[in-house]
Ligand binder design. Structure first.
Ligand code: MRU
Length: 355
């Protein structure tokens, strides 16, 4: 059975509490947008696509359970709740893109002749539910594009991949982005091994990616973040593949902190560096990565381990959750559901496909 971070049927949403993994598998009900916002903020659900899907599905559930007295009341509620959901975490673009897409759908639904509360509600729920299905099919497409590109550019018949953070089923509606590329390599018989970094300080790699690899029997090796350059030198890494929280128009990419140093090390070793992300993670309104807001997280993530203090009181701490990798270090390409693009050609390629 594939791992499922999000279980949804109309009127009911449950999410796997990722704070308890890998020890406990506990699904929690999300009944309102307040529940959705809190689950995202507390990182019970995390990963750029999953954040947007849970945010929007929490709205779908709340709309299903609410009684609206007019179309205007439904519209006002939807707009206000979407704006609120966007504030839960700032760096991933997916929730704000989803909010603007749903806002546009709302305008079309209301403008239809004879629009009623029921017709607008039905259209909204269908649009939100379609997002979840599209994310899964996008991941499968980008997984295949990425796997084929890696193999086409490699001299060997099996790939050894290094990845960072968690980008798999737990971070998406299923299959994954960078881990989707790894899954596709594995399913095609092209994967020798994947190295996953621990991903300090939140340990998405050791807690979540390692868990997915073991669950799916994908050959994986866990390393600390500080071993990555040495692994590139010693372990025959074919490609580094990471996900993205926001890709700017020029290809600069915000992703889990530690991504930038992997790209620097990959360039030094002549290893292709790929970003794998659906087009919903691309923010073409931004020219470059300098406009991306980087979330800073609590100091305790560094100074404590499982509630036990490991750093001296009084030490200053800096804990950015993400960093920005400049586009010239993304040497393999940006893998999307529409194909693999050189970073400098991403914007033009996505705009052409959207037409
Ligand atoms: O802080 P997180 O766990 O939400 O960060 C997740 C990442 O940085 C992922 O690499 C990114 O969202 C891509 S998820 C498919």
């Amino acid at each position: 059975m594939a791992l499922e971070a999000i279980k949804y049927s109309r009127g009911e949403l449950r999410i796997l509490n990722q704070l308890l993994l890998p020890h406990l598998t506990v699904y929690e009900a999300v009944k309102t947008t307040d529940d959705g916002w809190n689950a995202i903020k507390a990182m019970k659900v995390r990963g750029a696509p999953a954040i947007a899907i849970v945010g929007c599905l929490s709205l779908a559930v709340e709309i299903t359970k609410s009684e609206f007295t007019s179309v205007e009341a439904l519209v006002e509620f939807t707009r206000e709740r979407l704006a609120y959901l966007v504030t839960a975490r700032p760096t991933a673009v997916n929730m704000s893109r989803a909010a603007s897409d749903i806002g546009a759908t709302l305008c079309q639904l209301v403008a239809r002749p004879g629009a009623t509360i029921d017709s607008v509600e039905k259209g909204l729920l269908e649009a939100i539910e379609a997002m979840m299905a599209k994310d899964l099919s996008d991941n499968k497409s980008l997984g295949r594009f990425g796997a084929e590109h890696i193999m086409a550019n490699s001299q060997k018949d099996k790939a050894i991949v290094l990845t960072h953070c968690n980008t798999g089923s737990l971070a998406t509606s299923g299959y994954g982005t960078a881990l989707g590329v790894v899954r596709c390599l594995h399913e095609s018989g092209w994967l020798e091994r994947v190295y996953c970094t621990e991903t300090r300080p939140y340990n998405q790699g050791s807690r979540l990616t390692a868990y997915e690899l073991v669950s799916d029997a994908i050959p994986g090796t866990l390393i600390t973040d500080s071993m990555a350059a040495f692994a590139m030198k010693e372990r025959g890494i074919t490609a580094v593949v990471v996900g993205a929280d926001r890709v700017a128009g020029n290809g600069d990419t915000a992703n889990k902190v530690g991504t930038y140093q992997l790209a620097v090390a990959a360039k030094h070793h002549g290893i292709p560096f790929y970003v794998a992300a659906p087009s919903t993670s691309c923010d073409l309104t931004l020219e470059g990565g300098e406009g991306i807001v980087i979330e800073e997280r609590p100091h305790a993530e560094l100074t404590e381990i499982n509630g036990t203090r490991v750093a001296p009181p009084g030490i200053d701490v800096w804990n950015p959750a993400f960093d920005v990798t400049p586009q010239d270090l993304i040497t393999g390409g940006i893998v999307t559901e529409l194909g693999v693009f050189e970073p400098s050609k991403l914007k033009e390629a996505l705009q052409a496909k959207e037409k």
